[in-house]
Design a protein around this ligand. Structure first.
Ligand code: Z5A
Ligand code: MG
Length: 212
């Protein structure tokens, strides 16, 4: 465990069901931080730009079929391949706003019936977020927002299972935000959460690892 007290960027993760507003809010947060003079980058998982990411993308768009365990490990590998860059950025003082992370990995795969402990295992050793923000919305309300595409998992029935899996995963440290409020109201709440986290990390909070 890294015990040095040095300023660093914060690792902030946004989680939530499809259509909960993660991508919209992540980019707003990055603009807000940059506007406040805080170095920040928007990251997302899956990162579809890598070779592994392309395999994931092809699976999600139903262009390829994969065994449930195999795709789970690919999602995890996609995070592992970004881990050292993540460390470099955080230690250089850049705050990372990450649209989905290991929690999506576990929630989605366990919703297919895979054992939750098995799902968590490949995530062990990745960096633990300094804040996990859960954008809370019912699957029904999310579906009303429309825009469910043709991707795998974008079905109400499956989203209901994912909602249950997230409930089983979350702990008291998660910041649960009502995602049914206006974009602006959600945005304001997220700004406060993220600023707190950024300040904590500037004071030299040590980086920790999953699964904690
Ligand atoms: N997956 C996995 O299985 N394992 C893993 O390890 C990981 C992911 C990392 C792809 O993810 C799939 O991979 C995903 C989980 C799985 N499958 N599903 N389902 P993705 O991140 O690429 O999915 P996405 O399609 O980009 O994002 P999204 O989750 O569907 O949506 P979102 O980012 O949460 O929401 P949004 O795009 O910001 O907003 C959706 C719409 O709602 C949009 O029209 C907004 O204008 C509107 N919106 C947003 N906020 C509001 C408010 N407050 N009021 C009204 N309307 C709003
Ligand atoms: Mg999104």
């Amino acid at each position: 465990e890294d015990r040095r007290v040095e300023p660093r960027g914060a690792l902030v993760v946004l989680e939530g069901l499809d259509r909960s507003g993660k991508s919209s809010q992540s980019s707003r947060l990055v603009s807000y931080l940059e506007g406040s003079g805080i170095s920040a980058e928007l990251w997302r998982f899956p990162d579809r730009t890598t070779n592994v990411g392309q395999m994931i993308s092809s699976y999600l768009t139903n262009m390829s079929q994969l065994d449930d365990h195999t795709i789970h490990l690919l999602f995890s590998a996609n995070r592992w391949e970004k881990r050292s860059l993540m460390e470099t950025k955080l230690k250089a003082g850049t705050t990372l706003i990450v649209d989905r992370y290991s929690y999506s990995g576990v929630a989605f795969s366990s919703s297919k019936g895979l054992d939750i402990e098995w799902c968590k295992a490949p995530e062990v050793g990745l960096f633990a977020p300094d804040a996990v923000i859960f954008l809370d919305i019912s699957p029904e309300k999310a579906a009303e927002r429309g825009g469910y595409g043709g991707e795998r998992y974008e079905k109400l029935e499956f989203q209901r299972k994912v909602a249950e899996s997230y409930k089983a995963l979350h702990d008291a440290s998660w910041k649960i935000v009502d995602a049914c409020q206006s974009m602006e109201d959600v945005e304001k709440q997220l700004q406060d959460i993220v600023l707190d986290s950024v300040m904590e990390c500037q004071k030299g909070k040590p980086l920790s690892h999953l699964w904690s």
